[in-house]
Design a binder for this molecule. Structure first.
Ligand code: ADP
Length: 395
């Protein structure tokens, strides 16, 4: 019987998961999938490593089903359908590790409590990440669970990049820029080191453009600055989040419009970004398909902000050798990549249109002053590697 680990990435309305076999060469992906539509009509799809569908299930009347209930179903499905595997650990993506957690950690009661205290800093993600840990603990109390943090990759960012210009006493209380999407950046850094060591040694900006979006400036594959800060709200415009916003707007909303903290949180995290500006959708594909002029305006703003933040990160890097696009939009959307690179033409960046249209690994033209690559991210695999390492296995 082979031993396996599950990696879980639990979000508000979806849970992504992967099943990895432990081998002498490290974790090998055996199956994976997504539970979507939590809170409305949940549906599950599981595929093997070749993309063949292993299981599909719908809960048309399952609007009331909780993350816990669905995870229970998923866990028992894995147990029943994989009779030759024994699940020996579960690794989780946990968005916020605060100042304390600089590396993956095995979860115990004290760690769980410390992570719960960080929930207000990542209200869109942390409560769901931790609910998944509690649900698994209730089903299998002795199963090791490992938390892998999105903040960890940025933990050693230069102090000047992490500091906020608040009075010093606030810094002592944990007010600093943490940065997020660290599991994605760590995976990309690893891939880039393998496929392009010369570029990896240089000044690279990785653009993780998904529903959540951020950028990371890397020098020698280490984070030296990133666009998200104290929370995952800062920086780029996102699907439903504002990104950077004059903090005076928040004060004004409270003082003049009488909005509560909760109402402001909802506005900035869930009603803004592509959705708020377009009034059409938070999904980039839907915006491309729409004839509504507000959809085009939302795309224009998304691109403007992405170029603006790229230029800001270049200041810290003192130049730029390469850009790597990743995540849903970064990996699949040639139009957005072309528009962002066009706004950065002053850097000498040039795209090869055919390579860009085909989502090829290298999309810069031969004479481009800046290399441009597309690297698919794999946060689940990074979680599996960390989990294996903490179990004392090959990673
Ligand atoms: P999450 O942050 O939820 O993991 P993803 O990385 O899956 O998000 O990215 C979701 C975004 O990627 C959506 O805006 C979606 O429209 C976009 N996207 C996914 N596939 C494509 C595609 N083939 N073309 C354009 N955009 C895409």
């Amino acid at each position: 019987m082979s031993r396996a680990i599950i990696s879980l990435n639990a979000g508000s309305s979806s849970i992504k998961f992967g099943l990895f076999l432990l081998t002498a060469e490290g974790p090998v992906h055996a199956a994976g999938g997504k539970l979507e539509g939590i809170g409305t009509a949940p549906r599950l799809i599981v595929r093997d490593q070749d993309g063949v569908v292993l299981a599909q299930r719908n809960w048309p009347d399952g609007g009331a089903m909780t993350h816990e209930g669905l995870l229970d179903d998923l866990y028992h499905w894995a147990d029943a359908h994989l009779p030759h595997h024994r699940i020996v650990a579960v690794g989780h993506r946990v968005v916020h590790g605060g100042t304390h957690f600089a590396a993956p950690v095995r979860i115990d009661a004290a760690a769980l409590e410390a992570l719960e205290a960080l929930s207000p800093l990542a209200p869109l993600h942390q409560p769901h990440n931790l609910a998944a840990i509690r649900a698994i603990a209730a089903m299998a109390p002795d199963l090791p669970q490992i938390a892998c943090f999105d903040t960890a990759f940025h933990h050693d960012m230069p102090a000047v990049a992490a500091r906020m210009a608040l009075p010093r006493a606030y810094a002592d209380r944990g007010y600093r820029r943490y940065g997020f999407h660290g599991l994605s950046y760590e995976y990309i850094a690893d891939r880039l080191g393998a496929v392009d060591p010369a570029l990896a040694a240089g000044r690279v900006i990785v653009a993780h453009l998904g529903n959540g979006a951020s950028m990371c400036a890397m020098r020698g594959l280490r984070s030296i600055d990133t666009t998200m800060g104290f929370t995952a709200l800062d920086g780029l415009m996102m699907g439903t989040r504002t990104g950077s916003l004059d903090p005076g707007v928040v004060v004004h909303l409270m003082e003049q419009e009488g909005l509560s903290g909760k109402a402001i949180e909802d506005l900035l995290y869930r009603q803004s970004g592509l959705l708020g500006v377009s009034g059409v959708s938070s999904d980039m594909r839907a915006l491309h398909a729409s004839n509504d002029p507000r959809a085009a305006e939302a795309i224009e703003l998304f691109v403007w902000r992405a170029a603006r933040h790229t230029a800001a990160l270049m200041a810290g890097l003192e130049g730029l050798d390469g850009i790597v696009f990743t995540a849903g939009i970064g990996e699949n959307d040639p139009v957005i990549r072309r528009m962002i690179c066009a706004r950065l033409a002053w850097t000498g960046i040039r795209i090869d249109d055919a390579a860009n249209e085909a989502n090829e690994p290298v999309i810069s033209a031969p004479h481009s002053a800046v290399a441009v690559r597309v690297v698919p991210t794999d946060e689940e695999r990074m979680i599996a590697r960390h989990t294996a390492r903490l179990l004392g296995e090959a990673a």
